[in-house]
Design a protein around this ligand. Sequence first.
Ligand SMILES: [Fe+2]
Length: 283
Amino acid sequence: MKQTTFRLDFGLKKPVRVLHLSDTHFCVADERDCVRKRELAKKREHAFGIPTEELSSLWRESVAYGKSHDDLILHTGDFCDFVSVRLLEMLHEEMSGGEFFFAVGNHEFCQYVGDLDEDAQYKLRSVEEVRLASPNGLYFASRVVGGVNFVALDNSYYLVTKAQREMLEAEVAKGLPVALCMHTPIHTEALFQQMTVTRGRPCAYLCGTPPVLTQHYDEYRRRQQTPDQDTLDFVDYVKNEPGIRALLTGHLHFTWQEEVRPGLVQVVAPGGFLHEMLELELV
Ligand SMILES: [Fe+2]
């Protein structure tokens, strides 16, 4: 497996090592779910181009490495490709060791991939089950490891609430350097260019993309990815708050690191179905 290490400056006396996993996209359903769900599992497994046994073996290899080498195993969402009885069991079983910290992804709430009505109401259908299976809270959570305050929040639908920002401000006020963990990366010019120009995608799939840019998206993606004022305020706060040192994200399925401003780095972890592993060394 290809291994990449990013070194991030947190001003620590002793380094903290993090295995950063994301977007595993396990696609499994059994007889406890309906035929449509079981067919979806097969179709999606095929779409990712990797049999579940092989994906499981990549997962086990990564987790074994993280358990023996790292202080924390961070997963930034889309462990499950969709909601099924077996996938929620797997989320619970696989992340039950105390070393896991989790930022939920959009696919954790997918009933059937491709649903067009993914909004707060839609999320309610599964949020409680996902929360019970998860190693920590979904809406907002924090955990201190080696003098770093890891904060996770749910921005899986491209939105962040005022209450989440206020909870983040309270964590920053505690004075430890903050690593903000969330599924969807925040908008930067470099990442927007990377997605829409270099990779030729029809939209950037980022949180807080200015409406002047999302107006060129198709109607569905524009509705999905245009930020509200609270989200724009959140992104503005994150970009300017010196206590926040890193944004640890996923969702895009490729490895990425950029300086958002001096002292703030944004990292995107590779998809778990790729033969890649990302380790972060916080120093
Ligand atoms: Fe995602």
